[in-house]
Design a protein around this ligand. Structure first.
Ligand code: NAG
Length: 149
């Protein structure tokens, strides 16, 4: 086998495995937007009136259409940090939180501070990473459990 053929095969393999990894391990960090919502939080699309499914830390969120995944998003954990907002100094520096998806933004009982966002954070979660006077922030988020991938 000529070395240029070997190189071609190796680089094809590399490209194919790169694509496959990204399809099956959607763990890289993404950027999106987040709004906030306030109580009442129940009933939720994921858990009905089961308050026990909500983390006691009150760090949770409703999923926007981009990540709702037809309900498969329920119970997923995301690491979230604020990266910017329209108003300077809105983000609390070096602050990231872990949140659990408990609801679907489009049908949540309480209205979100802004519509069409990737995540709608509980007021506690929102206030942990940004100034609560903001209605919309830009976020970086990553599904948890990816072990550094
Ligand atoms: C939050 O934002 C408001 C309005 O921009 C500002 O007046 C206030 O000082 C900010 N709070 C903090 C803690 O930075």
């Amino acid at each position: 086998m000529s070395s240029s053929l070997a190189t071609l095969i190796l680089s094809s393999l590399f490209i194919v495995s790169f694509i496959v990894l990204h399809l099956f391990f959607p763990c890289r960090a993404d950027v999106g937007t987040a709004a906030s919502y306030s109580p009442p939080y129940l009933p939720s699309k994921c858990y009905g009136t089961e308050a026990t499914e909500f983390p006691s830390s009150n760090l949770f969120a409703a999923a926007g259409d981009g990540i709702w995944d037809n309900g498969a998003a329920c119970g997923r954990q995301y690491l979230v940090r604020c990266i910017s907002a329209e108003q300077p100094r809105t983000c609390i520096p070096d602050q990231s939180i872990q949140i659990k998806i408990v609801d679907y933004a489009a049908t949540a009982v309480s209205a979100a501070s802004a519509s069409g966002t990737t995540l709608v954070l509980s007021d506690k979660a929102f206030g942990s990473i940004a100034n609560t006077t903001a209605i919309l922030i830009n976020i970086e988020f990553q599904q948890d459990g990816c072990f550094g991938y």
